[in-house]
Design a protein around this ligand. Sequence first.
Ligand SMILES: Nc1ncnc2c1ncn2[C@@H]1O[C@H](COP(=O)(O)OP(=O)(O)OP(=O)(O)O)[C@@H](O)[C@H]1O
Ligand SMILES: [Mg+2]
Length: 223
Amino acid sequence: MTVAALELAQASYSYPRQEAPAVDRVDLVVEPGERVALVGPSGCGKSTVLLLAAGILVPSAGLVAVGGVTVSGLDAAKRSRHRRESMGVVFQFGELVAELTLLDNVALAGELSGIRRRQARAVARESLDRLGIGELANRYPGQVSGGQAQRCAVARATVHRPALLLADEPTGAVDRANGTVILDELDRSVLEVGTAMLIATHDPDVVSRCDRQLVLRDGRISP
Ligand SMILES: Nc1ncnc2c1ncn2[C@@H]1O[C@H](COP(=O)(O)OP(=O)(O)OP(=O)(O)O)[C@@H](O)[C@H]1O
Ligand SMILES: [Mg+2]
């Protein structure tokens, strides 16, 4: 029996002072090497599911397990360590470190996962090149476009070839051609190491490249 890359079991989450839960008793499993699209209208809870999976939020009920480790039972320090080592996260709003160049943003994620510095810089450079932003490697996030920053965020999330990749609208800020470049980079990780992916998206191109889709509505998985 293989261990699921990601499992949510009856996971719920309510933001402080909100009556309705943002995520309501969600069950989902993503197997190693599987690409799952998470779709549904704005506000249905996609980003919240990803934040629960990443261990950034902790469910108010139910559990979240990544690679067989119940992250929802770990303290914050252990959750962030598990995230750095075995997950890559592309946030909906980029969230690159403003004080670091694009190259350093990507290389740092590699180093934090345990890759040696020289190797991390080399693979970071290759990834930026493949994503078409190699020439911007020494710029800071504030000096590039939204779509270029988004490609950098994809490089940062995949540089260490994580077991689980969580991506929130990874093609939301780019044109179709660069969307394909991003999806190719994500697929490279799937092919090389069997990365499992959960991708929140409104983009039909992304859905069609995934193995299956899950539909969320008002915080619940639709049948
Ligand atoms: N920080 C927050 N505080 C309070 N409520 C929040 C917060 N973030 C999200 N919500 C609410 O939780 C629900 C789910 O939000 P979420 O961001 O997960 O939706 P989403 O599916 O990612 O939407 P979108 O497609 O617009 O990105 C929404 O009703 C939203 O208003
Ligand atoms: Mg969202």
